[in-house]
Ligand binder design. Structure first.
Ligand SMILES: Cc1cc2nc3c(=O)[nH]c(=O)nc-3n(C[C@H](O)[C@H](O)[C@H](O)COP(=O)(O)O)c2cc1C
Length: 213
């Protein structure tokens, strides 16, 4: 089958148009449901789906945080000011809470309280983690790298402590079926991961079979 294609030159796109395309193409995205502490000690919670693994040694993750107009988002400001944050992994059933935790609330009002979410103290950082998630990673701020005219920041954090619900890690591996992570697709839409297929580990047999080597 030969498809017809629409060819979109990115030079003339507005930021909004580019955002719509990118967030429709890079799907599904995992969600870092991030807790930070604001100046008044309140717990700030917001979801971030531009989220990536950066290093295994030490364990590092990155989150791309855009700006709100010219302003830095509270999460980025808190991460840099306190040097600490927690990445909580939402369950597929928490889609609605995740979605509404992105709402801008009046200063001093915590998303955690408005959504009725419980928190528990962390071990290595002063930012609490969410109580009702199967996995949470306590992180310390490493660096922020700015990209583009929109001055989006890739915020890099080193993972100091991983909390995993008892039984979730078996043989050092997380059981994805039990984790049931929430993913974000384009716009205000969410999905579970669906059926999982697995293959035998890579042994390069495909190449040797085809090449008779
Ligand atoms: C599922 C979801 C994923 C999001 N991902 C990002 C993201 O990767 N980067 C970003 O800057 N904003 C993202 N947002 C928007 C922020 O969550 C939103 O701007 C939030 O109000 C920021 O809160 P804060 O000001 O307390 O940091 C996302 C929103 C939703 C609902």
């Amino acid at each position: 089958m030969t498809w017809e294609y629409d060819t979109i030159l990115t030079d003339g796109l507005t930021e909004r148009e580019a955002y719509k395309l990118l967030t429709g193409i890079v799907v599904p995205r995992p969600i870092a449901w991030i807790t930070t502490c604001s100046e008044d000690g309140g717990v700030n919670l917001a979801p971030f789906s531009a989220y990536v693994i950066l290093s295994n040694n030490p364990m590092m993750i990155g989150v791309s945080v855009g700006r709100r107009g010219a302003d830095v988002k509270d999460t980025a400001r808190n991460m840099k000011r306190t040097g600490e944050f927690v990445v909580n992994a939402p369950h597929v059933s928490q889609a609605e809470q995740v979605h509404f935790s992105a709402e801008e609330l009046p200063h001093g009002v915590s998303e955690v309280e408005v959504l009725g979410l419980a928190t528990v103290p962390s071990k290595a950082v002063s930012v609490p983690r969410l109580a009702d998630v199967a996995v949470a990673m306590e992180c310390v701020f490493d660096q922020a790298i700015e990209f583009g005219l929109s001055r989006t920041e890739l915020i890099v954090g080193e993972v100091k402590v991983v909390h995993a619900k008892r039984g979730l890690v078996r043989d050092g591996k997380i059981d994805t079926a039990e984790l049931e992570p929430l993913g974000r697709v384009a716009g205000p839409r969410y999905a579970g991961i669906g059926p999982v297929r697995s293959f035998r580990p890579l042994t390069h047999t495909l190449y040797t079979e085809q090449n008779g080597a």
